[in-house]
Every structure is written in C-alpha cells, then in structure tokens.
Design a protein around this ligand. Structure first.
Ligand SMILES: [Zn+2]
Length: 355
C-alpha cells in the first residue's frame, strides 16, 4: 500500500516541478499555475483540467449536492415528526402511539420510531391508548361472526389466510411466540386486512399465571413480536385459557380478577368467545364443523345471535381446522352473517371470571 502510494506521488512530481518550481509541497495541482489567466475562474479550470474532466466533475458535484439536500431534508423532517419518547420497550411504544392517535396503522418500526404512519391509509385506532375506554358491550345490530384464530402463526396460517381471502372474510389472529420462522405471517395477515391481537408468548400456564408481573412480562414479549411485524402494539388481547380459566388458580389465586381489570387500565381489551369449534382438543374436521355451527352458548337458535365470537386455532397441529374452515364459513354466510375482524367498536365478549 505504502509502496503504491509513494509510486503515485513520485510520478506526479515532474509535472509539479515544471508548472511550479517553487511549490512548497509536492502535490500542488497544475491548475494553480493558471491562476493568472485573465479569462476568469471558469475558463481557467476548463483550460487547465480539460473539457471532459470538467463535465465529469460538474455531474458529480450536482449529484452530491442533490444527495446532501435530500439527506438534510429527511433529517429535519424526522426531528420535527418525532414524538417525545421517555419510556422504553412497550411503554415507549405506547407513549409514541398516544402521541399520534390519528396516524395510519401499518407503520413500520422505523415509522413508529419517527412518530409517523405508513402510507397504507389504515388508521392507528387499534393502538393501545389507556384513555380510550368506550368499548362496545352492546350489539352492533348486524349478523357478524368474529372469527378469532389462536396459537399461530404456524405452518397452517398461510392456508387459513388463503381460505379467508377466497371467501372474502376478515378475522382476528391472537398470536403466540412459538414459531419464529412464521412471524412474518403476522405482517402478512395484517396486510390482508385482518386484526392482530396478543395471546401469549410462551402459552405456559404455570409461567404466565404465576403472578401478575409474570403475566405482563409475557404480554410484553409477545407485544414486542407483534410490534416488530406491524409497527405498533394493538389493544386486543386473549387470555390463555380465556378469562374464565380456573387453571390459573393452581398458580395464583385471584389473578384473573386482577388481570381483567388491570389490562383495561393499561389500554388493552380482552376478548373471550361465545362459541368454540372445539379444536382445542383432538377432533376430526367433521366434528369441528359440527361444533363450529352449533348455537352459541346460552342459546337454542343457531341464527338468533347477532354477534358470534368464534374460537378456533391455527397452530401446527390443527390441520383439521383448516379442513373444516370452508364449511364453517359457508354455513354462516348462508345464514346472512359477515365475517369481520375485531375493531375497537366491535362487540366485546367477556366470560364470567372464576378465579
Ligand atoms: Zn391458546
């Protein structure tokens, strides 16, 4: 390296000497010898460097100037758009979202960091906002199935997404942290217009329900996964086992009563279900179709209920659910139901809390 450098320097020496014998340094460019030219600077450079090199320098200069203007403009815009972030992790994200309630949802992590929405035009109204508590415990007045799909993403999620597209259905995915390689399907589901909610990172009852602190640590972990995929932490939660689970009593008596209240104070809302396809246990696709088309809990008439929150699963072992899904969708569409993703305005379904 040094040798090559020296070689280049020594080669430039003779021309320096000819043009400027009294130069203090060896690298004085030849152009300085033309500084006495009467025709002015522009002509002087052109004459000294030659027309071709002058053009090349001019083009490079213009490109560099444009790049500088673009870069500086971007930085100024970012600084102006950035909300004040004091918290870190999920708290920081929530703070950022509270500062930008009207920005579009679907923002990338960079967008979220810079406090701006993405360009897909969907509002960020799903974002956690502890101030917003006007949930809909009433009826929306139209026959709706809120299909809720737990425990994915997995190898079955892509097939579920394609079935939903084929029938023009929207659904809600309550996701877990089991299969990192399928996490991009969270973003894909969101892109296709479905709602993403948090189920649990570990789905280990003994761990998640060992204490309220453990529950929120698990919620933070799955929130971070979702945030990375869709750009913000949504307000939708499904408790492992539902809010009516009594398995949690084995680990922490009274925890569900406490959590049901506390998640809402933090700006989340939890959804239970009023009908299950029964795929939490081993069942054939036919049995799943049967369970999924029964009357909702507490009713005798399959068509009497305006709002059905239907529980099913898209975890890796639930190939039978994928098989049964088209039949379930056709059944409800024939009865005049539409399949919608949960929103902040959707009917909220809560179970009776048993622990
Ligand atoms: Zn689950």
């Amino acid at each position: 390296m040094n040798d090559a450098y020296r070689h280049r320097r020594s080669r430039s020496h003779p021309s320096d000497r000819t043009s400027r014998p009294s130069a203090r340094g060896p690298m004085v460019p030849a152009v300085r010898s033309a500084s006495v030219h009467p025709a002015g600077r522009g002509h002087r450079r052109a004459a000294a460097i030659g027309p071709l090199r002058w053009e090349v320098y001019f083009i490079i200069g213009v490109i560099l100037a444009l790049a500088l203007i673009f870069f500086a403009g971007g930085i100024i815009a970012s600084i102006k758009a950035r909300p004040a972030l004091e918290g870190t992790g999920v708290a920081g994200i929530q703070q950022a979202q509270a500062a930008m309630p009207d920005s579009p949802r679907g923002a990338s992590p960079l967008d979220a960091l810079l406090g701006r929405g993405s360009s897909d035009g969907r509002p960020a109204s799903f974002a956690v906002d502890p101030e917003k508590t006007d949930w809909n415990y009433g009826d929306n007045g139209r026959k709706t199935v809120y299909l809720t799909i737990d425990d994915g993403p997995s190898e079955n999620t892509q097939a579920v997404l394609d079935i939903l597209d084929r029938y023009g259905c929207k659904a809600t995915f309550f996701v877990v942290g089991h299969n990192e390689e399928y996490f991009p399907l969270i973003a894909e589901a969101f892109k296709r217009g479905h709602t993403i909610g948090m189920h649990t990172y570990s789905h280990d009852y003994a761990e998640v329900y060992s204490s309220p602190e453990a529950y929120f640590a698990d919620l933070d972990a799955i929130s971070a996964v979702v945030q990375e995929q869709i750009g913000f932490v949504p307000c939708f939660i499904r408790f492992p086992g539902g809010s009516s689970n009594d398995v949690s009593a084995d680990y922490c008596p009274g925890i569900m009563t406490q959590l049901a209240d506390e998640v809402q104070q933090r700006g989340f809302q939890y959804w239970d279900w009023n009908l299950s396809v029964g795929d939490g246990s081993e069942h054939t696709a036919e049995e799943i179709l049967g369970y999924g088309t029964e009357p909702v809990y507490g009713s005798d008439d399959p068509a009497a209920t305006e709002n059905i929150v239907l529980l099913c699963h898209d975890s890796a072992t639930k190939g039978t659910t994928v098989e049964a899904l088209p039949g379930i969708i056709e059944h409800y569409q024939q009865l005049g139901y539409s399949f919608e993703a949960l929103t902040r305005d959707s009917w909220v379904c809560h179970h009776e809390i048993l622990n």
